[in-house]
Design a protein around this ligand. Structure first.
Ligand code: SF4
Length: 331
């Protein structure tokens, strides 16, 4: 079996959220930190999609930004094709590594410069990395990229406001593909789109993956979308990965109580008679996370151990899970 393209180990990202120094001195308050990502480890195999899911504020978008070098980790490592990515990002070889990984953002309305023509938007990475020389060659390459996402080469002459939301996201994908990356980090790429166009964009992404052997990290809060695109799924809660499993296993036999809660909230389109249960409770304040298992205030299986001891991740039948009740055989 080939080595994973991406190996993340014990990744931690802490942000300081303290009040200004003078206020702290006057009010006698300590510095405050939030653990946005707290010891996350996972692998992504070449040509596959790992989806990270969880409610907003669980740290999944911070993981995405750590992977492409938009943030530096507080601790832990990201290895990309065997390279220590953050060491490379700090070296003259950073540009070559950035070329191999690109990011697609949630909001195509905000991520495309409204004053630029599509030609210049898609050509920007080509020019920045010196990949294509001469106007005719750039136009030809941009035309190919637009065609690869189902747009016409003539669309290069238009401005972003002349396109629908789904088309704008296709332009973002074309731009991301310009450097011929191997790895795409997709942060909620369809959640700003109408449901009717989400499937079109997801299908284009799947086709591109098949044709080009792309590897994806796909961030989403929507398990129905994840079911459509992922090979493996990681469930995050308050900065930690609580369950990582192959997609079929996770949807057929969710083990972690949080995974079960998220799955129970999905509408049952197969009309199997299962009743839909809305997600219970709220994510605690990450500035003051609960002791022990941070899910315990919302967990129907919590006991005394859960309130005091943080569960370690266990490997179990090909999945990884952090839950005392699963370890003890209570669920
Ligand atoms: Fe629930 Fe305890 Fe498992 Fe946390 S460790 S999910 S509180 S059973």
């Amino acid at each position: 079996m080939s080595a994973p393209l991406v190996e993340v180990r014990d990744l931690v990202k802490t942000f300081e959220v303290s009040a200004p120094w003078l206020n702290r001195v006057i009010e006698g308050k300590p510095r405050q930190f939030v653990h946005a990502v707290d010891g996350v480890s996972f692998d992504i195999m070449r040509g596959q999609t790992l989806a990270l899911v969880g409610e907003s504020g669980c740290g999944k978008s911070t993981v995405a930004r750590l992977l492409v070098g938009l943030y530096a980790p507080t601790q832990g490592t990201v290895r990309f094709d065997g390279l220590d990515a953050h060491k490379v990002f700090a070296s003259p070889a950073a540009r070559a590594l950035h070329r191999r990984m690109q990011m697609i953002f949630q909001d195509p309305f905000a991520s495309l410069n409204p004053r630029w023509k599509v030609l210049d938007i898609v050509a920007e990475p080509l020019r920045e990395h010196g990949l294509v020389q001469g106007r005719a060659a750039v136009e030809s390459r941009v035309g190919e990229l637009l065609q690869s996402v189902g747009l016409a080469p003539a669309d290069a002459a238009k401005f972003p406001h002349q396109f629908s939301g789904g088309q704008r996201q296709r332009i973002s994908i074309a731009r991301a593909l310009a450097t011929q990356p191997e790895f795409l980090v997709c942060d909620e790429p369809t959640s700003a789109l109408d449901v009717s166009v989400q499937a079109q964009v997801l299908n284009i992404m799947k086709d591109l993956q098949r044709e080009r052997g792309l590897t994806y990290l796909f961030i989403s809060h929507n398990l129905a979308v994840v079911r459509h695109v992922a090979d493996a799924v990681g469930v995050m809660y308050l900065g930690r990965l609580v369950e990582v499993a192959p997609k079929a296993e996770l949807f057929a036999r969710p083990r972690h109580p949080y995974t079960r809660m998220l799955l129970d909230a999905i509408p049952d389109i197969r009309m199997s008679g299962r009743s839909r249960t809305p997600v219970q409770g709220e994510v605690p304040n990450p500035l003051n996370p609960p002791s022990g298992c941070s899910f315990h205030p919302r967990c129907p299986h919590a006991n005394e151990r859960c309130r005091s001891e943080r569960p370690k991740q266990l490997a179990l039948h090909g999945i990884r899970i952090a839950c005392h009740a699963v370890e003890e055989g209570r669920i």
